[in-house]
Design a protein around this ligand. Structure first.
Ligand SMILES: [Zn+2]
Length: 248
């Protein structure tokens, strides 16, 4: 058996004296701490044997970006984007949809995509999720029904709820599928309100019309509809030229 003892120097501190350290990637002389990234902060992005020393900010960002591009499926999976939508890209969407999604990605507001089952709502949201994850944003994808189910698990809901209220971007897929119970309505309305109050971006899809959404819960509807709204009509299979789009 190999010797298990390992010694790793992690973050020895930026040297105040002696030779000016160089970026571990491009060799740039790193003059001050403010423009330097400790290599240990790239944990997971670089192999362990590179987790010491320093990188310039530009190289650190490039390393992270490269890692994300090479591990997109892992990012989509950990954000819980449904596997059937993993292939969704902005390029697979009509230009006007793409434009609205890209506009939303720069905001901390709501996005809602309304349309019948099979019109490509979830597929479209998944496409912008991919872009957000590639840009290093944190995101979680939840079916509205799963939020309600999670809320019934009282021992874990506190923790889950805190996360859903604070994650940078939250997708609530198929909102109003659970509209029959007061409990479901209260849980979803409270979540939407908390995120709206915190200026956090929430994307929702629903097969309700604008007026049905308003009739269901006027206050929640006004928050859901307050940002960017996209309405899809009909079964627009052009959204997935490869034919890979699933219902929703
Ligand atoms: Zn560099």
């Amino acid at each position: 058996m190999a010797d298990q003892t390992t010694v790793r120097v992690v973050n020895a501190g930026f040297p105040q004296c002696g030779p000016v350290p160089a970026c571990g990637e491009c060799g740039l002389a790193l003059q001050d701490r403010a423009t330097t990234v400790d290599a240990w902060r790239l944990h997971g992005f670089v192999p362990p044997d590179r987790e010491h020393g320093w990188f310039c900010v530009a190289c650190a960002e490039r390393i992270k970006s490269t890692w994300r591009t090479e591990n997109t499926v892992e990012l989509l999976t950990s954000a819980k984007v449904p596997r059937r939508h993993h292939a969704a890209t902005l390029a697979s969407l009509p230009a006007d949809m793409r434009r609205e999604l890209e506009r939303w990605a720069k905001l901390r507001e709501s996005l809602v995509i309304l349309g019948p089952v099979g019109s490509g709502k979830s597929w479209s949201v998944a496409a912008i999720c991919r872009e957000l994850l590639l840009a290093g944003r944190t995101l979680e994808w939840w079916a509205a029904a799963d939020v309600v189910t999670a809320a019934r698990a009282f021992d874990t809901w506190d923790e889950t709820s805190k996360r859903l209220r604070s994650v940078e971007v939250l997708v609530v897929d198929d909102l109003a599928a659970e509209r029959d119970t007061d409990f479901a309505l209260a849980v979803l309305a409270e979540l939407v309100a908390a995120r709206w109050d915190g200026c956090l971006a929430t994307a929702a899809t629903t097969n309700l019309s604008t007026s049905a959404l308003r009739a269901w819960h006027p206050r929640m509807a006004s928050r859901v509809l307050s940002g960017i709204r996209v309405e899809l009509t009909g079964r627009d299979r052009r959204l997935a030229p490869s034919g890979g789009v699933a219902d929703g």
